[in-house]
Design a protein around this ligand. Structure first.
Ligand code: SAH
Length: 243
């Protein structure tokens, strides 16, 4: 990493949770089952909002073990996955070797990548299920805005700081169903769509779509919905010429 843990926009305790579970990443029946189950939906959303991803340069911020990164590479994109954790990246690299996927993985923050590479690097940037784990989500969006090519697309997903999310995403998923390890999500760190939209705009991007995502852990079916109170996706666009 090119930044020290003190100055980087990283919550060490949050990253440690993912380091500890990294060996379970590709167990579709394990702790990361929900990510496997929702992946086709979020891959399709990304393809749809990007007008196709074949041949496009994509940065996946907070890629973890590479569930989304690999699926985008299989769909023909040129994918770079970055993460603050070493262990998830080790798992991601091994899995890509096994599955024959071509993804470039790097242990670096998006802020450091933006400082190193500068503007105009990627056609599409994805940052899914990560913003609720970082101290300063707005800083991630500013770095993404720097790295995006003008006219590029940003795809985000996170959990709303809404009482319904407390009941379903924290009490239900972590305590009742045991779907996620207890303590995976901290209510105070969840982000309202209005807050995320404001941070997107502050980073010179334009919100195109905010869509709820409903995941039923019993049927394991995920679908897009108009209800953004629990999980939601956001699509933003970086205009060609910023005024
Ligand atoms: N985006 C992946 C993984 C989500 S889990 C998916 O949806 O399939 C959240 C990931 O974010 C973990 O791998 C964790 O290590 C990573 N992470 C947390 N803080 C980060 C930061 N500041 N920069 C980059 N990655 C971070």
């Amino acid at each position: 990493m090119t930044q020290s843990a003190q100055t980087a926009n990283i919550n060490d305790a949050e990253v440690a949770k993912f380091e500890a579970l990294a060996h379970r990443w590709w167990d579709a029946e394990g702790e990361f089952k929900p990510l496997h189950d929702i992946n086709p939906l979020r891959l399709n959303y990304t393809i749809d909002k990007s007008g196709g991803i074949e041949g496009k340069r994509i940065l996946d911020i907070g890629c973890g073990g590479g569930i989304l990164s690999e699926s985008m590479a299989k769909a023909g994109a040129i994918v770079t996955g970055i993460d603050a954790g070493e262990a998830p990246l080790t798992v991601a690299r091994l899995h890509a070797l096994e599955s024959g996927s071509e993804v470039t993985y790097e242990h670096i923050t998006v802020e450091a990548l933006a400082a190193r590479e500068g503007e105009n690097q990627f056609d599409v940037i994805t940052c899914l299920e990560m913003l609720e784990h970082v101290p300063d989500p707005a800083s991630i969006l500013r770095a993404a805005s720097t790295l995006l090519k003008p006219g590029g697309e940003l795809i985000l997903s996170t959990i709303n700081r809404h009482p319904k999310a407390y009941v379903f995403a924290i009490l239900g998923a972590e305590y009742v169903l045991g779907l996620l390890p207890k303590g995976t999500h901290d209510y105070a760190s969840l982000i309202k769509p209005s807050e995320l939209a404001a941070a997107v705009r502050a980073a010179d991007m334009v919100v195109q779509d905010i869509r709820g995502m409903n995941y039923n852990p019993l049927t394991r079916v995920a679908e897009l919905t108009s209800d953004t109170k629990v999980n939601y996706l956001m699509h933003a666009h970086l205009p060609e010429a910023s005024a």
